[in-house]
Ligand binder design. Structure first.
Ligand SMILES: [Zn+2]
Length: 120
């Protein structure tokens, strides 16, 4: 069993996430973690391909509140929470079979190189 982590490529999270969650994880990137039809299709396809080797039981979307992609593209009224709410609804609609979907927000980057994550 393994897990798939989806993160923004501009937030440079792969190394700290690997230190935080260990080696039994796969990583892929979606710019800003802003999901649309193409990116969710890519997540579903990546999940299916990886699951041929080892079952992927959970998919984690990790958001950095400091993400410049989200900050630069959101209007004043669109917060990170609203983006996550949209993503959650979009996955429920367009990829209901994706297993164990979780959303995380980075609370802090710790001095040992790991991340403190908050479930949202
Ligand atoms: Zn980012």
């Amino acid at each position: 069993m393994s897990q798939l982590y989806v993160m923004c490529p501009e937030c440079y999270l792969e190394l700290p996430l690997r230190k935080t969650v260990g080696e039994e994880a796969y990583f892929m990137t979606v710019l800003g973690n802003v999901l649309d039809e193409a990116s969710i299709a890519s997540v579903v396809q990546t999940h299916a391909i990886l699951s041929l080797e080892t079952p992927i039981t959970e998919v984690h979307f990790v958001h950095d509140p400091q993400c410049s992609v989200v900050k630069d593209n959101s209007s004043a009224s669109a917060s990170l929470e609203e983006l996550i709410h949209k993503n959650r609804s979009f996955i429920a609609e367009s990829a209901p079979d994706l297993p164990g979907v979780h959303f995380w927000c980075i609370r802090s980057r710790l001095s040992d190189g790991t991340l403190e994550l908050a479930s949202i």
